[in-house]
Design a protein around this ligand. Structure first.
Ligand SMILES: Nc1nc2c(c(=O)[nH]1)N(C=O)[C@@H](CNc1ccc(C(=O)N[C@@H](CCC(=O)O)C(=O)O)cc1)CN2
Ligand SMILES: Nc1ncnc2c1ncn2[C@@H]1O[C@H](COP(=O)(O)OP(=O)(O)OP(=O)(O)O)[C@@H](O)[C@H]1O
Length: 193
């Protein structure tokens, strides 16, 4: 199956999950993220605001805030196409909708946190396999972010995918630019590849 066909199929699968299992999945992932954070101290976490049928990160974000962890969200770079910035996010942050309709902090340079200061990069996945290969929305945004990590420039950073169990597949067709990730958290399992 091509990446596009697999992406469509997995998006369909996750769109079919019922409200009750979505809610349960979101809570279960938040609990596992909390356990994961206990392994390190302090720190800055990059998370994402869920859209469409993505795993809902609201309980995870609340858990991060409760633990006093500085939380940042991805913002589409205003002119460097395909790149992300990460901006501080707290309950008072002014939010806007980006061109995909995803909520992001309004761009204020004072709130930009360089990737070199981020400890945990929680990423949205459309699919993943047991080798740690990932499939995203197809924009290459996280690929570009991970490229810097792969090149050894961000040794403090732990990339961690968040997904429903149903997003695990036998194998993801890999492209040259794909960077496998070391961990994925689903409601029932903490994968370490
Ligand atoms: N919640 C969330 N935030 C995120 C991401 C994400 O995947 N999830 N991103 C991760 O990269 C970045 C935004 N990337 C995106 C890339 C493409 C589309 C999108 O909807 N593309 C097509 C439809 C593709 C499809 O339905 O398969 C479109 O433009 O219509 C959305 C977000 C940054 N923020
Ligand atoms: N490091 C990179 N440098 C330049 N272009 C890249 C890089 N990584 C990916 N791309 C480009 O981004 C596009 C989308 O890649 P891909 O289909 O792998 O996205 P994805 O992994 O599903 O999305 P995302 O990374 O946003 O979650 C590809 O056309 C690819 O050429």
């Amino acid at each position: 199956m091509t990446r596009d066909a697999l992406r469509r199929k997995l998006q369909q699968t996750r769109a079919q999950l019922c409200e009750a299992s979505r809610k349960q999945a979101a809570e279960a992932v938040a609990a596992r993220v909390k356990q994961r954070l206990d392994l390190n101290h302090g720190g800055i976490a990059a998370i994402f605001k869920s859209f469409a049928a993505e795993l809902d990160t609201t309980p995870t974000i609340n858990a991060l805030w409760q633990q006093g962890i500085t939380t940042v969200l991805p913002v589409l770079h205003p002119f460097s196409k395909g790149h992300l910035l990460f901006l501080r996010y707290n309950p008072h942050t002014t939010m806007i909708k980006n061109r995909y309709g995803i909520a992001e902090p309004a761009l204020d340079c004072q709130n930009i946190v360089p990737l070199a200061q981020i400890d945990w990069l929680f990423m949205p996945l459309v699919g993943f396999d047991r080798q740690g290969n990932r499939l995203g929305m197809g924009g290459g945004y996280y690929d570009r972010t991970l490229a810097r990590w792969r090149d050894g420039l961000l040794t403090q950073l732990s990339p961690i995918g968040l997904a429903y169990d149903q997003q695990e597949v036998e194998s993801i067709p890999v492209e040259s630019w794909d960077v496998p990730i070391p961990e994925v958290i689903t409601p029932t399992k903490h994968w370490r590849f």
